[in-house]
Design a protein around this ligand. Sequence first.
Ligand code: ADP
Length: 916
Amino acid sequence: MASNEGLFGRLSGRTDNRLPESTDPQLHTHAGIQLMLDHQGYVTDIHGLQRYGLARSSGDGAPRLLLSYMVPGSTLALEGVPADWVGHSLDLDFQCAGLRVVHTRGWVQPQGDGWLLQLLDISDLRLGSQQASNRERCTQLTLGLSEQLRRCSTVRLPEVMHEALRSVAQHGRVPCMALAVRDEAQSGWYMHSAYHAFDAPELWTLEQNLGSLLEPFNGPAPQRVERDGNPRLNDLFGNADGVLVPYSDQQGLCAWLMLGFYPASLHGPQMSDSDWLQVCAALAGPLVGRLREQQHLQQSERTEALQGFLGAGWWEWSATSECLQLAPQLAANLTPTADLLPLTLEAWLALFHPADRDELRGRFNELLEHGKALSLFARVHQPQSTQPAQWYRIQGQAQGIGTRRRIVGFMLDVSDIKNQQQQIAAAHARLDNLIASSPAVIYVQRYAEGALLPVFFSDSLKPLLGWTLEECTSTALIEWIHPDDREQYFERTRQLLREGSARSRYRLRDRRGDYHWLLDEAKLLRDDLGLPVEVVGLWLDITEATEAAERVKSSEERYRILVEDSPAMICRYLPDLTLTFGNQPLASYLECTTGQLPGINLSSWLSSEQREAFVQRIEGLTPESPVSSAEISLQLPGREYAWWVWSDRGIFDEQGNLLEVQAVGRDNTELRRSQQQLTHSAKMATLGEMATGLAHEINQPLNVMRMAIVNVLKRLSNGDVQIDYLQDKLTRIDGQVQRAARVVDHLRVFGRRSEIEQKVFNPALALEGTLALLGEGLRGKGVKLRSEGLACDVQVRGHADQLEQVLINLMVNARDALMSKREADRDFEPWIALSIESDAQNVHLRVDDNAGGIDPRLLERIFEPFFTTKPIGLGTGLGLSVSYGIIDNMGGRLSVSNTGHGARFSVELPVVEVQV
Ligand code: ADP
């Protein structure tokens, strides 16, 4: 090697241990070393170009034995004296200055008196073979490591890699060594493995992120890192010399072997660049392969997991076997048993719903024959399943050509999406239908520079308002709004833009010109930047509700006014008689304000008997007959007794429980007080009525008697009075006197005061009395009396004369009605029918006429005092009222009804058991 020659050249200038110089100038130019030896092996002379620099092992004393020049170990080749060495090839190592050794090979031959040892420098050869064996060892080492890296388990890979780096570093005497690999996922570099000799600084750490630091380096050869090079790289190499050895494969540069603290002086003798490339390839090659394999594995695991999650999987059709392969997960989902696999085309198609099967078959055939990509949705056939349909998206395509042609595809479970789509579609349809059939319109108004332009109305617009979308411009809309409501509409728009939502009511004209009350609920939608985009709103037709509410409001108002202004006392109270409301007249009566009324208990004004009766009456109210009336007597502190005519109406809940009572009352005290007098004056009035009848009744007998007396007196003056004649006339006069006496007797009875104690009597007697009093007069007016069989054998309690007065009243009323009818119709034949009937409990006396009856609207009122239809001065309106009172007093009932001919007044009186 050239460097060795240089070494000897440099050493030649040194003065110490100098070899004896030859005197033969020719010998100096010979190659190698020529040593002249005497017979004992002492060096006598030295020649040759390489003689310089040889050093002796011991001092400077001569003569110098050959052995003293040599490296101690190499002397073993020499034994004895030069004569013994003849014919042997001698390999001798000489010590040179600086501990260098020169390897030589030579032989001895006699020369003159001594021996010539001719040596040739074989250092080159030795180095070459050393390097070869070194390389051999290195190759062996790296092959072994490479194999280990290839075979070890994934878990041990980092450990094995580290061990490999250690072996190589020690072999190549490199203090720090690391392997950086490209992170394919993140396209940067990181330190996969690092080794540092125990006395070397820790330059690198595991997993150290190198980023793009190594990017600028490329090329196939190792790169030297020199101290004054790239500062960042120097930093990485601890500002010391180093080497970067690249590894590339078909995917390009993918690893760097980094040698740290590896000075340039060490480069070469042990390991050449190509050795390092080889080492790097042996380590990085399997590592990168394993890492890729790992990545691939993870990738496929991820894909598989993803397919599992998505319910997706591949399928492949083999044209040769005419079978379809499915991804395992997919097959497990679709086919109940694994023995069906691989599937025939028919078996595969049979997995799908008949409704989708033909389309799938058709598409599949198109793919097979024409290579047209397949893509469709199909349901799985689940005949008896109640589960929602399982939908797959099936895609497939042809790949490759000729013999390498494959049909592959995937299936993706899209049940969720499909079922949701169907549900959404159904919900949409329902919603559309609902909107179309409801009194609501959904609208959208687009925002344009502060204005809202109608762009959409739901189909319900036409049925509801008759307008079409085209007609609904913003100007038209404002025009259709009721002039009184336009301000509301503008305010609604302003509020909408200001606050994002608005709710308003206004009237809108429809196509026919009618106004609809609309409830408008609108919301402003904004974009990501918060700028208004459009308004979505709803019109609800509330015409009916609004009008009904207004009606209720005005009727409530009317009702309130009615109650407030009513002269009657109106109140509401709870079942425990606590007032909850009372109107002004009630408050005035009680001398307080309306506000003080609620909370007062009605019972505080009632005597205990009155209260008991009142509560009993209220308890008797039912949802079926919720109304009851009575005359109640009140004791108001510091005041006289008051009589109120009181009418209650119960309000019930759904279960029939009484919630509250509404009552109307009228002060009846005055009326009540005058009742007694009224009864009396009524009697007097009736007496007046009867006067005519009485006069007639008494005049009749008087006339008969007068005529009889005149006739007797005439006979007496003529003197022809016969005793028979006289007897006859006197008997007749007596009859008439009795008749008059009877009438007078009745008059006496009629005049009795009613206070005297009630008596038991036969009601038939009262009928008879009445007929005796009125019968003649009626007949005289042409009224026919039907009164056959008026006998009766039961008794009633009361005053016979009062019952008689009642019957007289009834008959006088009947007569008046008959007379006024006959005034209109001369041919009219009036009649009055009297009857009496009895059962175990009651006796019924009836007065019927044929005067046409009473107007049904007046039926309820005729018993009221002062109610009369007769002309002023003629009727008092007291007859029936008084009669009612009398019958009531007797414990009976006076009622009226219309028959086919006229009115029927019925007197019902309780029968009294007579003790014998
Ligand atoms: P008055 O006879 O003074 O009018 P009443 O109390 O006796 O008072 O009668 C009240 C009213 O009842 C009468 O004005 C009459 O209109 C009606 N009325 C009574 N009896 C009959 C009847 N038999 N037919 C038709 N109307 C009758």
